[in-house]
Design a protein around this ligand. Structure first.
Ligand code: NI
Length: 150
């Protein structure tokens, strides 16, 4: 495989975070770690298209801010097609966590997650998607042709 070298400018904090990542994951060097991070990110980008994927949206928010909970519920009622299950966990007296299991087109799931995570009052939110080509046999057949996003 042809390998190119290039230099990268990083803030000190980012570089420290990268070195922690290298150590924590037992990478032999920074290049290996960067390679994995880039690959993962580009793979996720490819999912911004029609692939059927399964995933989970995790939300963390203040229990006392009732308008957040109400808006989360509103958005979920509009996304019945994508949402499989919702688990609400009362983490502490002040904190709620909601784990929303989703299935559908990666593009739709990303839009849904962005809507939820972007709500005012959400302390932390993340969408995790897992490629699941076997979810739909029709889709698998449809991906034999060239894909403009790949
Ligand atoms: Ni709660």
């Amino acid at each position: 495989m042809l390998v190119s070298r290039f230099s990268v400018s990083l803030e000190v904090e980012l570089l420290e975070a990268l070195d922690h990542y290298v150590a924590d994951n037992h990478f032999p060097n920074r290049s290996q770690a960067l390679r994995q991070l880039i690959e993962r990110n580009l793979v996720e980008k490819k999912w911004q298209c029609n692939h059927t994927v399964a995933g989970a949206i995790t939300l963390l928010y203040d229990h006392h801010k009732r308008e957040v909970a109400s808006k989360i519920a509103d958005i979920q009622h509009e996304a019945l097609k994508e949402i499989i299950a919702v688990q609400h966990i009362h983490l502490s007296q002040d904190l709620c966590m909601e784990i929303i299991a989703v299935k559908g087109q990666a593009r739709e799931l990303t839009t849904l997650a962005d809507k939820l995570i972007g709500l005012k009052g959400i302390k932390h939110g993340k969408l995790v998607m897992t490629q699941s080509d076997s979810l739909s046999e029709n889709e698998k057949a449809a991906h034999h042709h060239h894909h403009p996003h790949s």
